[in-house]
Design a protein around this ligand. Sequence first.
Ligand code: PHE
Length: 503
Amino acid sequence: MKLPASQVAVIEAASADEAQTIDQVASATGEKPETVTGAAFDLEADGLVAIEEAVEENVELTDEGREYLDDGLPEVRLYEAAVELGADDDPVSMGQVIGTSGLDGPAVDIALSNYARKGYGAIDSGEITADPDADPGADAEAAALDAVEAGDTESVGDDTLDQLDHRGLVERSERTVRSVRLTDDGVTALMEGVEAAETVDRLTPEMLTSGEWQDVEFTEYNVAADAPEYGGGKEHILRQTANRVKDVLVGMGFQEMEGPHVDADFWINDCLFMPQDHPARTHWDRFAMDNPREIDDLPAGLVERVERAHREGVGEHGDGYHSPWDEDFARALALRGHTTSLSTRYLSGEQVGDLEPPQRYFSVEKVYRNDTLDPTHLLEFFQIEGWVMAEDLSVRDLMGTFEEFYAQFGITDIEFKPHYNPYTEPSFELFGTHPETGELIEIGNSGIFREEMLEPLGVECDVMAWGLALERLLMLIYGFEDIRDVHGTLCDLELLRDTEVMY
Ligand code: PHE
């Protein structure tokens, strides 16, 4: 039987009695492990070898584990110091023992919490006693550190290994180890004799120029064989989806807004009829700028109209907040907490001049909030901002726009909940159903802008508007549950690599 040279090497190195790992075959044949794997899969396809897979646990010391291997476990050092100071007879002050042990920083707490757990002694009202019968020489965890370092993890008990893992002293990982074993057909083939076929597995420029390619036999492709994976660069799914959102909105007749990430509170809040004493405007919620602290220019006429709306309200029956309004407060700069700051800039006419209805604008841009990190909140996220300016808009227009928008992403079960915003009336939160957990998740906020906001901006018709979370849309599309899977250092690389582009 003629086989490609790499397969001949593998079949000759393989045995029918004992499975051999790819690494063993690689070192026996001098071939690279990936060549051996490829050849083994080809041989398996021909029924000449069988491939067995096993999951192997690998355990390694972390930096902290290695440190304790060199210096001793903190609790052992504490015990030795305690005994040195006579704590096996009478209690000794904790400060003294810690000083003698040379422990400092977090190692002190680590030592104290493990000391009692292991029965080295007791800690009571600032004094330490040492149990004279304790034997740190027999400390299972210390012995396990040695064993792991020596590659002899097998000798370590499961509980001890769990404990080391829990303490962050070892890192465990798993890998699939493949082994090959000759099949009966393989044995027969070997007995009948296999020889290397003169096949070549790649075409070179030299072969083309010399004409040699006409005489050689090419190795057949096995497209089903395992091959090393290459994680090439690709557009992040968040960026992909942002671009898709832009395409959809442009398709619905919207134009894109642009504007600063750092903006004056005036544009972020005051123009939205957000009272200056609103809780969201305290230093807890916003990322304030130190340098520069304030915006240089605000349009004087607009400032005056906004201030009047805040103080006195708008219209015949209008009533303002009757609370102080301070232009300096409005000038303060911060990272925008929503992109509705872009909407106020555009609606005011400051950005692209006065706008006549009908108009549709959107942005897909980053916003910043001083939230507590959790699976659905980050300090920054992308907001899909949008508004439609037209005569006589109703809630049906607003809901219909969302149904049309989300349907483009296959989401057809949007739900609405009445809500409150100082700048919209009525207001609605939007919810979608998470495809994996079935839970309702909030995906946006919307409403029809109030008179108190539009009149100072000089807008005389209706404006309906929204801010939707891009990351939440992504959760509905792709089904991941933690926003940190797509953002930041905890990113789920598998998810990012394997997610199919959806269009
Ligand atoms: N600014 C709101 C938010 O960030 C979204 C919104 C925009 C709501 C426009 C209504 C109108 O939640």
